[in-house]
Design a binder for this molecule. Structure first.
Ligand SMILES: [Zn+2]
Length: 265
């Protein structure tokens, strides 16, 4: 019974997808100035990344306030993780730029959305290229203890002031390791992890922390984006997706798992 309804759901989704792909090809649904852009939820551009059907290449725009440039290790790990799971024959590139967000101290999710849209250099669905936008601003998230946040289908922010404060005793874990993990973690949310736009066949979502892993060896572990990270993770902070995360991503890519709330759906 359950399998049947899942099959019906996926057929419905696929028919929906092909309809909207048509609209995209005709007019350019999101780059056409006559069309209103849909921003969606984290995970809303997951299939856009996992599959090459519509977007054969990808760029991640990384914008930082002066003094908040992410570490080169963070950038190379981010590229590796995306290349590991996303089908992008035209490549994944990371564009790092110093930016004046004209906003300081406290950030709400709406501030991130607003300043993100003002400062990005292109729309997420940019012809055959998918664009995601990571911001590294000065200041902190309005809710204390949050090191990073994903705010829509293509945008996330990482708060390096708080990442630096979260460094553990004797730099274990180090601020650089935490920065790397939080960055991959937020991109994991843009990839729909965990259960944001699908339902996993594995029991790996933490009961007390929706959207997060219960496995402390996964970069999607719930404590990764929390300022208490050094209390939960002693030495090696995970910066990789675990086998359940990868299985979820592969399931969405193949269509084995039904994926909802996609921006072109
Ligand atoms: Zn998270």
């Amino acid at each position: 019974m359950r399998a049947t309804s899942l099959l019906v759901l996926s057929l419905f989704l696929f028919s929906n997808l092909s309809g909207c792909f048509g609209a995209f090809e005709e007019g350019g649904l999101f780059s056409d100035s006559d069309s209103e852009e849909k921003f969606g939820i984290p995970g809303g551009l997951t299939l856009a990344c996992l599959r090459s059907t519509q977007f054969e290449s990808m760029v991640v725009e990384v914008d930082y306030s002066e003094g908040y440039e992410p570490d080169s290790q963070t950038i190379s790990t981010l590229k590796d993780r995306l290349e590991q799971v996303c089908d992008k024959p035209g490549g994944v590139s990371i564009l790092v730029t110093q930016t004046d967000f004209q906003h300081e101290s406290s950030w709400s999710a709406d501030d991130i959305r607003e300043k993100g849209r003002e400062t990005r250099e292109g729309v997420p669905q940019d012809g055959a290229r998918l664009r995601w936008h990571l911001m590294f601003p000065s200041g902190s998230y309005e809710a204390s203890g949050v090191l990073g946040v994903a705010v829509d289908a293509s945008t996330a922010a990482i708060f390096l002031d708080d990442v630096r404060d979260a460094e553990g005793f004797l730099s274990r874990p180090s601020a650089e390791d935490i920065e790397e993990a939080v960055t991959v973690h937020e991109v994991g949310h843009l990839l729909g992890l965990i259960n944001l736009v699908y339902e996993s066949s594995h029991q790996h979502e933490d009961d007390g922390h929706p959207g997060h892993s219960n496995n402390e060896d996964s970069v999607m572990y719930w404590a990764i984006e929390s300022s208490d990270i050094s209390s939960f993770v002693s030495n090696d902070v995970p910066d990789q997706f675990d086998s359940d995360d990868l299985d979820d991503l592969a399931g969405m890519a193949s269509g084995e798992l039904a994926t909802v709330d996609q921006l072109w759906g």
